[in-house]
Design a protein around this ligand. Structure first.
Ligand code: PLP
Length: 453
């Protein structure tokens, strides 16, 4: 199988160009087969630490993705009322849903309690609301968790500063007693029972040792908390880095800094990669050392489950040869993959019959702003023509769910399962986009004045 035949490994035998012809481009293509495989692989790799998986729904809330992972036995982590509704409408029972997030409204908390969803407290305001809801429910004290964080920077480079530069807006710091104080407030509420400790420490973490060191501190704190309350749940969050995406250290996603971002000097083979097996062994050991291995241990990854299972299928809509520089413009841009760009590189696969010699290109999208640039120095075939297909790989995470309609309407999503392609989300229309608006028309179309030609 080669990309030149239009076929990508993990995406069945379908020629993606046929899908492009049928559904148009840009197009998100999700392989549900690959999704199942990746979920099963991750679950097996985490078995040594007894970890159960919750899928972080915000990473990609396409119902086909959520339902497929739920059918694989995963629960979900949601961070808003509408995500909770999306999970419930996919058929997930409340007991398989965990509600996180820095602020939760009274309405959202009521919805969660009504459906038996486990809530990890973050905002201090949530405590009184949850206690009241528990009293109204009349079913005894409500079990809840608390989100905390250790004084570690999980992105620290070897030899670099290991502490956090600024306090997080998520959770409560365990280092200065703030987490103990909030835990005390929860435990002082007769209608609440503090049974869970939760943390989520970053995204696209590639240094396994950093995450383990941070979790060591969380586990030490949880072990101390356990002397004050009956803990049953530990949730270590997500953030496991994926291979297909490379975050440039310290990079800023701005075109004027593109030059400063490239190259980062690290050959692909020497880039640090998150090692799930090492993580599972390390976590199992940490849990044992702190006598926490009897707890129900959860992780809530997003990227590690869905990133590789989807691609953004695009076509070249423009080229600009400017001597040493060559721009290739695709018909899908960063509005469809907002976390991509010069600071977070993706892989690009041209679907051309004769690839031939390649040349480093600047790859941009169609949007009318300077930052709509996927990458610099991306090798693409010399022969690449307008109309040719280019696949942006690893597009499953934070694309579909973070896409905007800036300049262009959001495209369709197609799923592939057992070799069959199906429309899973139709393309947005002008009517969809404008439907919330109260229509207003120009009152004096015949008057010519300032601004008129
Ligand atoms: C609370 C929480 N859990 C899980 C995740 C999933 O993170 P990732 O996709 O990096 O695994 C996120 C995303 O940042 C999150 O905020």
């Amino acid at each position: 199988m080669t990309a030149s035949e239009g076929v990508l490994p993990g995406f069945g035998d379908l020629d993606l160009r046929t899908l492009g012809g049928r559904f148009g481009t840009p197009l998100y293509v999700v392989s549900l087969d690959r999704l199942r495989e990746d979920a099963a692989r991750l679950a097996t790799a985490l078995e040594p630490a007894g970890v159960r998986l919750l899928y972080s729904l915000k990473t990609n809330y396409l119902p086909a993705v959520v339902a497929t992972l739920a059918d694989e036995g995963l629960g979900v982590d949601v961070v808003s009322g509408y995500e909770l509704r999306a999970a419930l409408e996919c058929g997930l029972p409340g007991e398989r849903i965990v509600f996180n997030g820095p602020v939760k409204t009274e309405e959202e908390l009521a919805q969660a309690v009504r459906h038996g969803v486990f809530v990890n407290v973050d905002g201090v305001e949530e405590i009184a609301v949850l206690a009241r809801l528990a009293a109204e429910r009349g079913d005894g004290p409500l079990p809840v968790g608390l989100r905390v964080y250790p004084p570690h920077n999980v992105y620290a480079e070897p030899g670099g500063p290991v502490g956090r530069a600024v306090p997080s807006k998520f959770g409560w710091p365990i280092a200065d007693g703030a987490a103990d104080e909030i835990a005390g407030k929860i435990m002082a509420e007769p209608m609440l029972r503090l049974t869970g400790v939760h943390c989520h420490l970053g995204s696209q973490i590639v240094r396994t040792g950093n995450l383990l060191a941070a979790l060591e501190a969380v586990c030490a704190w949880a072990a101390r908390l356990r002397t004050r309350t009956e803990l049953t749940v530990l949730n270590v969050g997500g953030g496991f880095g994926v291979e297909g995406i490379h975050r440039l250290p310290g990079a800023v996603a701005s075109l004027s800094e593109v030059r400063a971002c490239r190259p980062d000097g690290a050959p692909v083979s020497r880039r640090p990669r998150f090692d799930v097996a090492l993580f599972a062994r390390g976590l199992a050991e940490t849990l044992r050392r702190h006598h926490l291995d009897d707890l129900a241990v959860f992780a809530e990854p997003g990227r590690a489950l869905v990133s590789a299972a989807a691609v953004l299928l695009t076509r070249v809509i423009g080229k600009k040869d400017l001597g040493v520089h060559r721009w290739v413009l695709l018909d899908g841009g960063l509005s469809l993959l907002p976390t991509a760009g010069v600071a977070e590189e993706h892989r690009f696969t041209p679907l051309v019959s004769e690839a031939g010699a390649s040349r480093p290109c600047l790859v941009g999208g169609p949007l009318c702003y300077e930052g709509d640039v996927f990458g610099v120095g991306i090798d693409l075939p010399e022969t690449l023509e307008t109309g040719d297909y280019v696949v942006v790989q690893d597009a499953g995470a934070y694309g579909f769910s973070r896409a905007t309609s800036f300049n262009r309407l959001r495209p369709a999503t197609v799923t592939i399962s057992a070799g069959v392609a199906e429309l899973a989300w139709r393309a947005e229309t002008y009517e969809d986009l404008m439907s919330p608006a109260t229509p207003v028309r120009v009152a004096r179309p015949d008057v010519r004045g300032r601004g008129a030609r």
